[in-house]
Design a protein around this ligand. Structure first.
Ligand code: GLN
Length: 621
């Protein structure tokens, strides 16, 4: 936004997108590891290719690097095919043939259970070949077609087999062939073991992108429903079974350290892909061909470690579940602070208020819930310059959410826009991060206000284009500049002025006290005064702040009553005071006319207040 208050259309970038871009840059120079070459065709992979994709259970996609470059899915297929075999046969029939115990061995180990010949789990090759043998279909082609169709449900489009990689693997896969024949020997595989083996080679050679992997992972995170297409890719009661074997066995003999450190069920493949799932929140896909000694992508592991640490995604550090953290959102044209405005200012705010948006949040803010807020906010900020994030009903803000919010502040700053926080006082982690960022000057201006009312007031001043000196000016007005005296003729004004007493109050001084007799009307000519009510624990709620040119205590005109709130000078105040009884002489026609006019003005003022209260109620509902 420009200082003259004109509208800007700068887009706010998502801090999540910015984070992935930075992560990509950071790990691009990491060149450790070797491209798999035991399948000759894999050795031709581009070792520099590198992509990161993140898809949320709401279907929001973030990606950085080579996320559309195809590579073969390899062992990641094992997890998806396992789900299909469970659906085809039921859990008991599958576990009768394939165990669910981590082997701690390499992916291609020929370890079968003593006596039964059962592979230890479906994530090592032996278990995976047995799993493929369990997928229903009248022949190889039908089984493969069902697998491809199933992958299509996870990925939103049906992928294809890379014929060259398949041929390479088929011609050199002697070890896998040995495993398949052993499985046949123990009747784990039934029929021709070459059938299961052939489909297995093909399923490993299916081309995917890292966006596909992230979407498949997000589908698992979303209880089997593809979050973009809405298609069911896996029965919901089986999702937990697939994620369990991914947790305990998905990263081969690195599985234990992986779940301990990264805490995400995951599956890797020798093509360089890793798919990781945070149930209920998101899916990750990373692609980078060079592998470590265990056959896991070197960059893939580093990226997952970093993202998990940065955003506290460890499965067992779960956030409390909240359906949505956005309680209400609306623009500023219908809501006003308690700062009273002149009619002209008020009309200006009816229009300019559209450039302000207010989000009331509730519940617990962690990575997933904060992403929802950020996604909503960044897409709503094109015509908006100010954003109030109201934390009044937020229980907690964890470190990951705090970091994201801070980065959102920076992104707003870059786009020339402003975020205003309210009620952050008891969100200690957020407060700490905000303070630290101000100290380090990573953000020039982070604004926090005690409550929504004060935040609204600040934004309104900005929207009115009022600099501090403008505001100072508007805080002084002569007696004749009083809104409340509209329609009085010059001689009536002169008569009224003769009845007034001039008074001054120092900033902070009490002007009227709740319960006092209400017999005086105050016309502010300089400074500002606030009307407020005491609450429990020394807190107060502000009913209004009035500035020069405005009046308070007018109800003294309508009858004997008592003050219903406290009035305190916010700044040094100068005012004229009229004792209501001065106008009471019914035998004086001029006084009677003046009094009638003032009562009419009072009625107009009340009607205005009612109108804006109605507008506010409407925008809050
Ligand atoms: N197709 C490969 C194999 O069976 C898959 C191995 C893997 O990705 N870990 O050797």
């Amino acid at each position: 936004m420009y200082m003259d208050g004109t509208l800007t259309q700068n887009l706010v970038e998502s801090p999540i997108q910015r984070y992935l871009d930075a992560l990509y840059e950071r790990f691009l120079p990491l060149r450790d590891g070797n491209v798999a070459d035991y399948i000759p065709e894999l050795a031709t992979a581009d070792r520099d290719a590198f992509g990161i994709a993140l898809v949320t259970v709401d279907g929001h996609v973030y990606q950085a690097g080579d996320t559309r470059q195809p590579f073969t899915i390899q062992s990641i297929s094992k997890a998806l095919v396992y789900g299909l075999a469970l659906e085809d046969n039921g859990v008991d029939a599958v576990t009768a043939k394939i165990g669910v115990e981590p082997s701690g061995d390499a992916f291609n180990s020929i370890s079968l259970e003593d006596g039964t010949g059962r592979p230890l789990n479906p994530m090592i090759n032996a278990g995976a070949i047995a799993t493929t043998g369990l997928v229903h279909g009248k022949d190889r082609n039908e089984v493969l077609a069902r697998i491809l169709a199933r992958f299509g449900q996870y990925m939103g489009h049906e992928p294809e087999v890379d014929g060259v990689v398949y041929a390479s693997e088929r011609d050199t896969g002697h070890r896998n062939r040995a495993i398949a024949h052993m499985l046949r020997n123990f009747d784990i595989l039934e029929g021709d073991p070459e059938d299961a083996l052939d489909v297995y080679f093909r399923q490993c050679s299916i081309n995917v992108t890292c966006r596909d992997l992230a979407l498949a992972a997000a589908t698992l995170a979303n209880r089997g429903v593809n979050p973009i297409t809405g298609v069911v890719a896996l029965k919901r009661d089986l999702v937990g079974k697939v994620l369990s074997v991914m947790s305990t066995c998905g990263m081969y003999d690195y599985a234990g350290s992986w779940i301990y450190e990264v805490g995400l069920p995951a599956k890797s493949g020798v093509g360089g892909g890793i798919m990781a799932v945070l149930p209920g929140q998101l899916g990750l896909g990373v692609f980078s061909p060079p592998l470590d000694a265990r056959g896991n992508s070197v960059r893939g592991i580093r990226v997952c470690q970093e993202i998990s640490k940065e955003f506290d995604l460890h499965l067992f550090n779960a956030a409390r579940i909240a359906p949505s953290v956005i309680r209400a959102r609306y623009d500023g044209s219908g809501v006003r602070s308690k700062r009273a405005r002149t009619r002209e200012q008020s009309e200006k705010l009816d229009e300019a208020g559209k450039r302000l948006r207010i989000y009331e949040l509730h519940g617990d803010l962690a990575f997933g819930t904060t992403e929802i807020v950020i996604h909503d906010v960044t897409s709503a900020m094109t015509d908006t310059d100010y954003l109030i994030l109201d934390f009044r009903r937020v229980y907690s803000v964890d470190g990951a959410a705090g970091k994201l919010l801070l980065r959102l502040c920076e992104d707003f700053e870059t786009a020339g826009k402003q975020i205003v926080f309210t009620h952050t006082g008891n969100k200690f982690e957020l407060e700490r991060l905000l303070r630290r960022s101000l100290e380090r000057e990573t953000a020039d201006r982070i604004l926090r206000f005690a409550d929504r009312d004060r935040a609204l007031e600040w934004c309104e001043n900005e929207l009115l284009g009022q600099s501090a000196s403008d505001l100072e000016l508007s805080m002084s007005a002569g007696f004749t500049g009083q809104e409340y005296l509209d329609g009085l003729a010059p001689d009536q004004l002169a008569r009224l002025e003769s009845l007034l007493e001039k008074r001054r109050y120092a900033a902070g001084e009490l002007i009227a006290h709740k319960g006092d007799p209400a017999n005086e009307i105050f016309f502010l000519t300089r400074g500002a005064a606030s009307i407020s009510l005491p609450l429990v624990h020394n807190a107060r709620t502000r009913l209004a702040t009035l500035s020069a040119g405005m009046a308070f205590g007018e109800s003294a005109l309508i009858g004997d009553s008592h003050r219903t709130a406290d009035v305190r000078a916010e700044t040094d105040v100068e005012c004229y005071v009229l004792l209501a009884s001065e106008l009471a002489d019914v035998d004086d026609p001029e006084l009677t006319q003046i009094r009638a006019r003032l009562i009419e003005n009072l009625a107009c003022g009340l009607a205005d207040k009612l109108r804006s209260a109605n507008l506010e109620i409407q925008s809050l509902s």
